[in-house]
Design a protein around this ligand. Structure first.
Ligand code: M6R
Length: 369
């Protein structure tokens, strides 16, 4: 039931705040993460020396965001691999490897086969999944469910923010079990997470109509580029994927630092480029770098659409359009910055008269290899 919304996707984007809130619910107590599903696994978490995240598509981008936080908090090296690449290269895994799979459906065949492979080769497995009782969690040693609620539209939106939330909870839990961070820091990160639903709600309330209108003006666009740095990089990739799958527009995401190693050659007058801008107060150094990337592409005629913190005065005169997000700590910005990109892709596809719930050639869950 679309509940009065024009599409399941519109409904599901509107549910992004609840997806985060429900994934946090019941899992925080006194400034600590408490995940009943992970009870009794302390020894497993103490014994690992690497983490490999496996997933496909949007779930893999959630994994890429998670990597930054999990490494920072646990000091365990984290690799993120596309599930379909994982088992074809004889990966180095063993009992000290935790393989974390991420899947909304829990039925993606590539991810399932990778989890089975990891198990057979002695790795420990943990599944982050949105669908109770699905096949992938049943094949794993441990499960952390995302509570985004059923996601019907082919494009994954609310599951993405829920996946990042679950990864962060898992990362904080492992970090505390191993004594890698203290109570105060964990509590501060948890407070940041708890503030996310309200901040996403603000974006939906203040920016959605404007972004939809702006997307409508761009209905004839043939190609869009997305730039980001650090945690903004996987968000750029996610923005590009959504535009491809929903609006059938050529789109590419790049790490901003990679520009001068090739992609800047693509910039010609009028080329729209979305730039995920880090907070000037929270990440001053990275902010400076991203602003200088904006200057470089603008000097070559790019049309810059910045996703930036409200109050970021530096980007305003350098951008053709600014989509505003509330302030958040560096690791929590992706949970906000992705929302305007979801709205934009949906708005552009709608303006082109396309079915946003069921894009051509795609299935909601890919149960073949
Ligand atoms: O069900 P899963 O999370 O395993 O699905 C993974 C991908 O197929 C999925 O995220 C896909 O990339 C989406 N259509 C992207 O919006």
């Amino acid at each position: 039931d679309k509940g009065g919304w024009s599409s399941f996707m519109a409904k599901e984007v509107s549910e992004e705040p609840e997806a985060v809130a429900n994934t946090l619910r019941g899992r925080i107590r006194g400034g600590e993460v408490v995940i009943p599903e992970l009870d009794g696994l302390d020894e497993l978490f103490q014994g690992i020396s690497r983490i490999i995240v496996i997933a496909c598509g949007t779930a893999a981008y959630a994994g890429q965001v998670g990597k930054y936080a999990i490494e920072q908090w646990t000091r365990i090296p984290v690799d993120v691999e596309l599930a379909h690449e994982f088992r074809y290269r004889d990966p180095v895994i063993g009992p000290d490897t935790l393989v974390v799979s991420i899947s909304q459906s829990g039925e993606t065949m590539d991810t399932l086969m990778a989890v089975k492979y990891a198990r057979e080769h002695g790795a420990r497995t943990l599944s982050i999944c949105n669908t109770q009782g699905a096949t992938i969690p049943r094949e794993s040693d441990a499960i952390v469910y995302t509570h985004a609620g059923p996601e019907v539209a082919v494009a994954s939106t609310k599951a993405f923010v829920a996946q990042i939330t679950a990864l962060y909870l898992m990362g904080l839990h492992i970090a505390r079990v191993r004594g890698a961070i203290d109570h105060e820091s964990a509590a501060a990160h948890i407070a940041e997470l708890e503030a996310v639903p309200g901040k996403i709600a603000l974006i939906l309330e203040r920016e959605q109509p404007r972004i939809e209108q702006f997307a409508g003006w761009m209905a004839d666009t043939r190609s869009v580029l997305f730039l980001g740095r650090h945690v903004g990089f996987p968000i750029a990739l996610e923005g590009a994927l959504k535009l491809k799958e929903l609006a059938y527009i050529h789109a590419e995401g790049f790490a901003a630092g990679e520009l001068k190693h090739g992609p800047i050659a693509l910039i010609e007058p009028g080329q729209p480029v979305f730039v995920v801008v880090p907070s000037p107060s929270q990440s001053p150094e990275m902010h400076k770098k991203v602003v200088s990337s904006i200057e470089e592409i603008r000097a070559r005629g790019a049309r810059v659409i910045s996703i930036a913190e409200e109050g970021d005065a530096a980007v305003l005169p350098k951008s053709d359009e600014v989509l505003r997000i509330p302030m958040a700590g560096p690791l929590f910005e992706p949970l906000l910055a992705v929302v305007p990109l979801h709205i934009f892709a949906m708005g552009l596809a709608t303006a082109k008269g396309l079915d946003v719930d069921q894009p051509r050639n795609l299935a909601k869950s890919v149960t073949v290899e």
